[in-house]
Design a protein around this ligand. Structure first.
Ligand SMILES: [Zn+2]
Length: 334
């Protein structure tokens, strides 16, 4: 069963001979939405539409996991940011900043029943009920660092990391409970594991900054959230995979800018499970045989879960997504 093998894979325990497929970030593209008979922006704001699109990740693409939180804006919406939920060709964006200092941060007592959180919680429980043991259900939360971009503004927050490091620590500490509350609620709703997205990408967060502000926080989340965590960081992370491995997260969802699958496995060491291997630009532009070749290369380099490196472009051809899982179907036939 996919559920079991996926959960084994993100803990480096894939049964031999199996190849596991999936991603903890968005699989939503226009062709998938057509197949699912549901579309954006309702896929962000209506539990039924969200459920249908996420389910297609398993039923149409053949991934071993489904994940219904397609944007990075759910916590932001629940915390009070204005969110433009976009449409068929635009992903959601959050509006102007809502906080200026750590003292401004208040977490609404009804955070989890506000639509930003309540909609995906409902979709997760529908997915769990529909899939049972057939496929794994993954939740998704934003780390405190990513949340701070939304609430303080990207530039303003990054300036603070240099000018007011103690203030930044207070901000991150005050935002951590949002991540924890939402993750626990997702597990209660039926998620098996949680993708933790924290966009500490190299151009926005140096390795020293990662060590100073984030490594301990990620370790703390690993201890506090009672399920396997998959950490997602975009961009080249070759300078911090070693630190990530020490946080205790079960799995790291890496971007192909980091290096080849073999390079990334070497940097990660033997204990950290790895998810990804498929470059998003190539997923959008190349032919299916080229995508299948990338999937084969990832499988040959000990990547535990093979799939897109990040939220896929909305115009991604479905044939290319199916090309990823085709290597598993070929293997079954052989
Ligand atoms: Zn990403």
């Amino acid at each position: 069963m996919s559920r079991r093998t996926f959960l084994q894979a993100i803990q480096r325990a894939t049964p031999s001979g199996k190849v596991v497929f999936g991603t903890g970030t968005s699989i939503a593209c226009q062709e998938i939405m057509q197949q699912a008979e549901a579309a954006f922006p309702e896929g962000h704001t209506d539990p039924e539409a969200m459920f249908k699109i996420a389910l297609a990740g398993h039923t149409v693409i053949g991934f071993d996991v489904v994940m219904p939180l397609f944007s990075v804006c759910h916590e932001a919406a629940a915390m009070g940011c204005g969110v433009n939920w976009g449409g068929l060709d635009m992903m959601p964006e959050s509006g102007p900043s809502i906080f200026r200092t750590a003292e401004d941060i208040t977490i609404p007592s009804n955070l989890l029943t506000r639509p930003g959180c309540a909609v995906p919680l409902r979709a997760l429980s529908m997915l769990r009920k529909e899939l049972g043991d057939e496929a794994a259900v993954c939740g998704k939360v934003m780390g405190a660092w990513t949340q701070a971009y939304h609430y303080f503004g990207l530039q303003e927050f990054l300036i603070k990391t240099i000018t007011e490091p103690d203030e930044v620590k207070r901000i991150l500490e005050k935002l951590l409970p949002v991540t924890i509350q939402f993750a626990r609620a997702q597990l209660d709703a039926g998620a098996d594991c949680i993708l933790l997205a924290d966009h500490a990408t190299r151009d926005l967060c140096s390795p020293r900054t990662y060590a100073k502000f984030l490594q301990d926080l990620h370790a703390q989340l690993t201890e506090t959230i009672p399920a396997p965590l998959i950490l997602h960081i975009c961009g080249n992370t070759s300078d911090r995979i070693g630190m990530i491995a020490q946080t205790g997260v079960a799995c790291f969802h890496w971007d192909t800018k980091t290096g080849t699958p073999a390079d990334v496995r070497k940097l990660a060491g033997e204990k950290l499970a790895l998810m990804g291997g498929i470059n998003n630009i190539r997923l959008l532009q190349d032919a299916p045989d080229k995508i299948a070749a990338m999937a084969h290369a990832a499988a040959a380099s000990d990547i535990d879960v093979i799939g897109p490196e990040c939220a896929i472009p909305l115009a991604t051809p479905l044939a290319n997504l199916r090309a990823i899982t085709s290597i598993g179907r070929e293997r079954k036939k052989a």
